[in-house]
Write a protein that binds this ligand. Structure first.
Ligand code: SF4
Length: 424
């Protein structure tokens, strides 16, 4: 069978698609590009914003046109939360929510007549399905945790992915060894609410980090994202002196106004957020710190937004991931008033993008002339190759195959830095 896949959304989805495709390959099937003719198209979907859902619908329609006789499997978060919408799209033959998507191979090859419509209440789902990506042989996304118990008022992810659950430390360490044996040098630890690793198994995230640091075949680790209330001084101190954990953090902020953070039911206030960012910078002055932020949340007044702008402008953040707020079905924020006008949401989003660009430029400027460790990727573009510094700056140099998948020290300059926030 020829299998093609398209993934939307977060790193976790990418890791899960990659894992699924690897299992299809091991079972003797052939993976082809999404725009090729295939017998099975897999669309691993996202429900984080209305735009993400629109992209899912576009990808599903593309697949049904590419080969009208193919099976089209819609899996993941959008499939879990909005199943009835997907059932309306002609050509979709399989819909699997997050609780069932890991069974796609068995369902397609074993019981083709039973494949449509597997999905149960995700809140009842406590099983953890491990996954890691292997697209680029230098860098791997390793899923260590899934689901979330926080229920922020704007977020539909806990509804789509269920309660927080994780692998055990032993399982993650054993996967890290396996990834190391495959040759990959860098692992990005990935989850929905990564810092809640071990919440229901009695293990601690910090103990996982300590054990992973001992896996010598892995040269570098990043933590894909961690909530501000969960990155405590112990984790920051550990990272600052560890062998392989890098000075790069992604710490969601969402709003720089305590009023708005309360409306969002976030687990921290601006004082705590500031304290954590300043402590990171004190321990690791060259650390890259990215923050997610939502523009135009319902109930966000002009004054709240000005407060957010001042807050981010005065914090040593390296750049922002800006999201224009969009109401998600079934979330508590639907009841919040007043609703922010769409035009205003976009204007605020634009202002935050401008601040982010300025912050990125300042961060890059602060690194000029410094020597940083770069992991070189294997692909070649127009005679050049690319890599990421430990503190997440993209750099280039003339293609030299012997450098691929090695770490070398580079002096950063305007000539070798690729400007712009890294996209993942
Ligand atoms: S922490 Fe909040 S925003 Fe993140 S997945 Fe959980 S509910 Fe959603």
């Amino acid at each position: 069978m020829r299998v093609a896949a398209h993934t939307l959304g977060c790193k976790l989805n990418f890791a899960e698609t990659s894992h699924l495709l690897r299992r299809f390959t091991e079972a003797g099937h052939t993976v082809v590009g999404f725009h090729s003719e295939a017998d099975l198209y897999i669309i691993n979907t996202c429900t984080v914003t209305a735009i993400a859902e629109r992209k899912c619908r576009t990808a599903i329609r593309q697949a049904t046109r590419l080969n009208p006789n193919a099976q089209v499997a819609v899996i993941g978060c959008f499939a879990q939360n909005e199943r009835s919408q997907i059932e309306q799209i002609p050509g979709v033959t399989i819909i699997l929510g997050n609780d069932q998507k890991h069974r796609l191979l068995e369902l397609v090859t074993g019981h083709p007549s039973q494949v449509t419509g597997h999905s149960s209440q995700i809140s009842d789902h406590w099983e953890f399905s491990p996954a890691y990506s292997a697209n680029d042989r230098t860098r791997t996304f390793l899923k260590i945790q899934d689901g979330c118990d926080y229920f922020c008022t704007y977020c539909a992810i806990p509804l789509a992915r269920g309660r927080s659950r994780s692998a055990t430390i032993e399982e993650v360490v054993s996967m890290a060894h396996k990834i190391g044996q495959s040759g990959a040098k860098e692992i990005v630890l990935t989850g929905v609410n990564t810092g809640t690793f071990g919440l229901h198994t009695g293990e601690r995230f910090i103990d996982l980090l300590r054990r992973l640091d001992e896996v010598e075949s892995i040269a570098r680790y990043r933590i894909s994202s961690i909530e501000p209330n969960l990155i405590d001084e112990e984790i920051i101190d550990f990272t600052a002196q560890s062998r392989a954990f890098l000075p790069h953090f992604h710490i969601p902020l969402q709003a720089g106004s305590d009023n708005v953070l309360r409306l969002m039911h976030r687990h921290y206030d601006t004082a705590l957020y500031r304290e954590r960012i300043e402590y990171i910078k004190q321990r690791m002055p060259d650390a890259c710190i990215a923050a997610d932020i939502i523009a135009g949340f319902n109930g966000e007044s002009e004054e709240d937004f000005e407060e957010t702008k001042r807050f981010v402008e005065n914090l040593p953040l390296s750049y922002l991931h800006v999201f224009t707020y969009s109401e998600r079905p079934h979330t508590a924020a639907l009841k919040l008033t007043p609703r922010t006008d769409m035009h205003l949401r976009r204007q605020r989003s634009q202002q935050l993008h401008t601040i982010s660009e300025r912050k990125m430029a300042d961060f890059v400027e602060s690194q000029l002339g410094k020597r940083r460790a770069v992991l070189w990727e294997s692909s070649r573009h127009a005679g050049e190759m690319y890599g990421l510094t430990d503190n997440y700056i993209r750099v280039r140099q003339n293609y030299a195959p012997e450098l691929s998948n090695t770490v070398t020290e580079v002096t950063l300059s305007k000539e070798n830095i690729v400007i712009g926030a890294p996209t993942d």
